[in-house]
Write a protein that binds this ligand. Sequence first.
Ligand SMILES: Nc1nc2c(ncn2[C@@H]2O[C@H](COP(=O)(O)OP(=O)(O)O)[C@@H](O)[C@H]2O)c(=O)[nH]1
Ligand SMILES: [Mg+2]
Length: 353
Amino acid sequence: MPNMKQRSCVDFTGGLDSEVSQAIDEALRENKKSRGTREEVLILGAPGSGKTTLMRQLRIIYDPYTVREREDFKPYIRSSVLHVFRQLHSLLPVETPSILKIPGLDSSPTETLVLTEDIATLIRDWWSRSDIQNLSSDLSLDPSTTHLLDRILPIAAKDYLPSDLDILFCHSDPLPALAELTIPFSEETRYRPILNCVCVRQSLGSIHKWLPIFGEISHVIFVFNLNDYDDLEDTRKTFDLWEYIYSSRFTRFAHIYLIVNRPSTFASKLTNTHPTLNSIYPDADAAPDIAIAITPAAAQAFLLRRFSERDWSGRRRIPRWEVDLMDTEGVRVTMRNMMDELVQTRLVTVCGL
Ligand SMILES: Nc1nc2c(ncn2[C@@H]2O[C@H](COP(=O)(O)OP(=O)(O)O)[C@@H](O)[C@H]2O)c(=O)[nH]1
Ligand SMILES: [Mg+2]
C-alpha cells in the first residue's frame, strides 16, 4: 500500500468572530434558497399542436424513461402500429391490387386488436412491396406512419423494449391527464430556477377548469403547430386559446413563450401542392409582405403577427423559437435558450434591470 500522508484537521473557525460567522451562514442559506427557486411552467396549445411530444422530449433529455415506463408504453405503441396501418389502408385507392386482408382489421376497434408476430410479418411483407412503397410515397405520409411500419417486426417481438423514438411517435400514452416534470437548470448562475413543467390534457372547453388549480403560474409555453395553417378550425382554436390565456386572471402576469412547431413541414406544404396563405386568410393580401404567397418566411411572419395582434396586455415582446418537436437536439437547444430568456426575464422583474 502506498504510504499515504496523514491529513490533519484544521479548525478554520478558529479566529472567526461568531457574529461574522453567523452572517456568513445566513448569506449561504439565502444563496441556497435563491438557487433553488421553483418556477411553475404550464405547457399549453391547441389539440395536436405538439404538447405531448414536447413533454416526451423533455423526459428524454432531462429524465430518461425507465425500463418500467418503456414497458408501460408497449401496448400503446403496438396499437399505434395497427392504427397507422389501418389509416394508410384507408388512404389507398380501393382498386389497389394488393389490399391486405387481416381478419378483424376493418371492423374491430384498434384497442382490441393484438399485434402478433404473424400479423407483423404479413404487414412487413406488404409494406416492403415496391408498388405499396411507390403508392405511399405519393401520399406524403406522416413520419410516425413510416417509422412505426418500418419498425413493425422489432415492435411485435416478444423481447421488445420501446426506444425513445418509438415513444415519441406513439399516438396515445399511459400518462395521467396531468403530466408533470421537474427540470433542473444546469448552468452555474446564482439564480438557478427549477422548472416545474406541467402539461394537462386540455381543450379550450376544459382549460378554465385546469387553470385555477395551479394558482399563480409564472410561465406559459404555448405551442403552435404551423402545419395547421390550412385548417381554419385548428387555427381558430389556437387563437381562441391564446386570447383566453391573455385574459385569464390566472395567467395574466405569466411570461409567455411561443414554440413554433413544424416550420419545415409548413414550408414544404406551402411551396408544394397545398393552398397558399391568401386563399385561406383573406387579410393576407393586405399584409405588408409583398411575396406572401410564395415565401414561407413571409407567410410564417404573417401568421405569427396574429399572436402579437391579440396581445392586449401590454407585453412588449413574445419570445419565440421555431423547432421541429421531433428533433431532440433542436428541443435541447431551444430549452437552453428558453431558460436563458427566463433568467433574464426574472432578473428584470426582480432587480428592475
Ligand atoms: N413530424 C412531426 N410530427 C409532430 C411534431 N409534433 C407533433 N407531431 C405529431 O403530431 C401529433 C400530435 O402531437 P401531440 O404532441 O400529441 O399534440 P398535443 O395534442 O398538443 O399533445 C402526433 O401524432 C405527433 O407525433 C413535429 O414536430 N414533427
Ligand atoms: Mg396531448
